[in-house]
Design a protein around this ligand. Structure first.
Ligand code: GAR
Length: 189
């Protein structure tokens, strides 16, 4: 059975594109991309992939509650079962999360619970850890605290730069995220 998902993005959207390309084999259909600003490059990728996108511009809303109402209105035209965050850099409210309880999934570029927050790759690199990685988890009301679905470790070698580490992390994300989503949709986690 194929599950209908919405992907939320704030940035380049390479994970969104990767999910779109692997959607058929992973058992989901991306019904819509939600972007939080007109500058989100993922919207351009969606055009090329023929996936509808809706810009819910955070700066056009007075507060988070109104912004999230805007998102829910945008989603209401689609029969969405899961919300998949792919580089979405906003903290969703407990009210929004409860409305989609256990149906919002996030990708984070570190081995949680280490290096939560917006700069997971850089924070791990600057700390000097020798192992970091990628985590897929359910979203709860905390920041990067929800139940872990899947993780892959990435070794930081002596000659890695921040740039080479970013590349390793992204390559790992492209493998892990579709696999982890497939497990969720199959009811295996
Ligand atoms: C990814 O590395 C993702 O793990 C990270 O943003 C990047 C988005 O890249 N997410 C977070 O840091 C969430 N806290 P993309 O726009 O090219 O998919």
């Amino acid at each position: 059975m194929v599950s209908n998902i919405a992907v939320f993005a704030s940035g380049g959207g390479s994970n969104f594109e990767n999910l779109a390309l692997k959607s058929a084999e992973s058992g989901f259909d991306i019904k819509v991309l939600i972007a939080d600003s007109p500058d989100v490059f993922a919207v351009k990728r969606a055009e090329k992939l023929n996936i509808p996108s809706i810009i819910v511009d955070r700066s056009a809303y007075a507060d988070k509650q109104k912004f999230e109402t805007g998102i829910r209105e945008a989603l209401s035209d689609f029969d969405i079962e899961y919300i998949v965050l792919a580089g979405f850099m906003r903290i969703l409210s407990a009210e929004f999360i409860n409305a989609y309880k256990d149906r919002i999934i996030n990708l984070h570029p570190s081995l949680l619970p280490s290096f939560k927050g917006k700069n997971g790759i850089e924070d791990a690199y600057n700390y000097g850890v020798k192992v970091t990685g990628v985590t897929v988890h359910y979203v709860d009301a905390g920041i990067d605290t929800g139940k872990i679905i899947a993780q892959t470790a990435v070794i930081i070698e002596e000659d890695d730069t921040l740039l080479s580490l970013e590349d390793k992390i992204h390559q790992t994300e492209y493998e892990l995220y579709p696999e982890a989503l497939k497990k969720v949709l199959d009811g295996r986690v």
